[in-house]
Ligand binder design. Structure first.
Ligand code: PRP
Length: 216
């Protein structure tokens, strides 16, 4: 048995909800993360857990490789990265939608089934949606952020991106043209850890599940 279970947490928007859920569920010591510190890994001796923060796209990489036993990451990243990990629990926070968005005039282009140019941080999700679900040929342009710029500077006709409050779209004259899927934070588990540390991991999933349901 390992001394510590290691959890990779996604930096940014999801981190405070993830930590508060772990604390409330009794899986992490209160205040385990010191935001003023430059330390990368935080050890919780009480629960025999280790936590670290990483970029969203890297969380499934750490978990697939077994460098982390568990990970907390958005469903968008799980779908895009397609890593061999178990997705075991919908944590329900970080709720948002993956959508096709653009200027209102772009709706006609989409419906006409012409070859539209799609800017996105999520090429795999966009490809799956357009090629498999809509059976529509598109040009996919990979961007790394501020994707809304795509249609605004005529790089693309539409975007495939996350919509949370809708403020970014509204402030830039864009709208949702089609919804692809709902998203939220997920708990993922390394496949070998699940076999080797079954009891500890099952108990952790159980406590988190109870807390998620209690918060609902
Ligand atoms: C995300 C997403 C949208 C925005 C949506 O971007 O890509 O741009 O948030 O949120 P809203 O509907 O509440 O306005 P993020 O802030 O993560 O930064 P990025 O554009 O650099 O990816």
């Amino acid at each position: 048995m390992k001394e510590y279970l290691t959890v990779a947490l996604t930096k940014g928007r999801l981190v405070s909800d993830a930590l508060s859920l772990l604390e409330k569920a009794g899986c992490a010591e209160k205040g385990i993360f010191d935001r003023n510190s430059r330390k990368l890994i935080f050890t919780d001796e009480t629960h025999k857990m280790r936590f670290f923060l990483s970029k969203a796209q890297d969380v499934p990489t750490y978990v697939e490789a077994g460098a982390a036993d568990l990970g907390v990451v958005g469903a968008d990243t799980v779908l895009e990265e397609k890593r061999r990990v178990y997705e075991v629990l919908d944590l329900r926070f970080g709720a948002c939608r993956m959508c096709v968005c653009g200027a209102p005039s772009a709706k006609k282009l989409l419906d006409a089934r012409s070859i539209v140019r799609v800017a996105t941080k999520y090429p795999a999700i966009a490809r799956e949606y357009f090629y498999n679900e809509r059976q529509q040929t598109v040009d996919i342009i990979k961007l790394n952020g501020s994707v809304e710029l795509g249609p605004m500077v005529s790089l693309s006709d539409v975007i495939v991106d996350i919509v949370e409050t809708g403020t970014t779209l509204k402030e830039n004259g864009l709208e949702v043209l089609a919804e692809i899927c709902p998203l939220s934070a997920r708990l993922i588990v390394n496949q070998v850890s699940m076999q080797m540390e079954t009891e500890r991991i099952r108990s952790l999933i159980g406590r988190l599940k109870e807390q998620v349901e209690a918060d609902d």
